[in-house]
Design a protein around this ligand. Structure first.
Ligand code: CO
Length: 198
């Protein structure tokens, strides 16, 4: 693993301003999608989440436009990867509590930004796990929080769009600057030869 670092570099995370983050990801179709490819994509997502120090990642963040999320909100504290790792394919919130809760969120795609977001305290989710089995499960606390944040990514929604107005107003100039920076950067790449996907 340490021999050739260049070959083991994790994929780049799509950053705020990249249109890839604003698209609706496709359902995984277990009839027509290649299971081996799907496994590879899930492994890539897990490796990327851990290597960037994240607690959750959605497919579109590394340009996998499929409805897949991975999350593990405990490893940063326990330092134990994989113990609390979750993989959800085609996750769908089928019930949510009427009571909302404000918690701080951040996102690998929007570095340096944090803010409080109101979301239902408890959710029931139907999803397909890494063994391709369909499950229904109720989550609360940080679990519910991370799942909702990641499912939003699958729908092209970022947490900054849901931040409380007061906090959002304060970061708007920064978000505008990020969008401009992205545009400038992607134009520069297109000037070369257009093959900018990594
Ligand atoms: Co995020």
């Amino acid at each position: 693993m340490t021999q050739d670092k260049n070959q083991n570099l994790p994929p780049q995370i799509m950053l705020y301003g990249n249109p890839a983050l604003e698209q609706i990801a496709e359902e995984v179709d277990f009839e027509s999608d290649d299971a081996e490819k799907l496994d590879g994509q899930i492994i890539e997502m897990i490796a990327t989440m851990y290597s960037y120090g994240g607690i959750g990642l959605a497919g579109p963040q590394i340009n996998i436009t499929k409805r897949i999320i991975v999350w593990d909100h405990q490893w940063v504290q326990t330092k134990k990867k994989y113990e609390n790792l979750h993989v959800m394919i085609n996750p769908e919130i089928i019930e949510e509590s009427s009571e909302d809760l404000a918690l701080y969120e951040g996102c690998l795609s929007i570095p340096e930004v944090e803010g409080s977001v109101y979301r239902p305290r408890e959710i029931k989710v139907r999803y397909v796990d890494a063994d391709f089995e369909t499950k229904e499960e109720t989550f609360s606390g940080m679990d519910a929080r991370v799942i909702q944040h990641e499912i939003d990514h699958l729908n092209g929604t970022l947490f900054v769009n849901k931040m409380t107005k007061f906090e959002r107003d304060a970061i708007i100039p920064f978000l505008v600057a990020l969008r401009q920076a992205y545009r400038k950067y992607s134009e520069g790449e297109n000037d070369n030869d257009g093959s900018s996907t990594s």
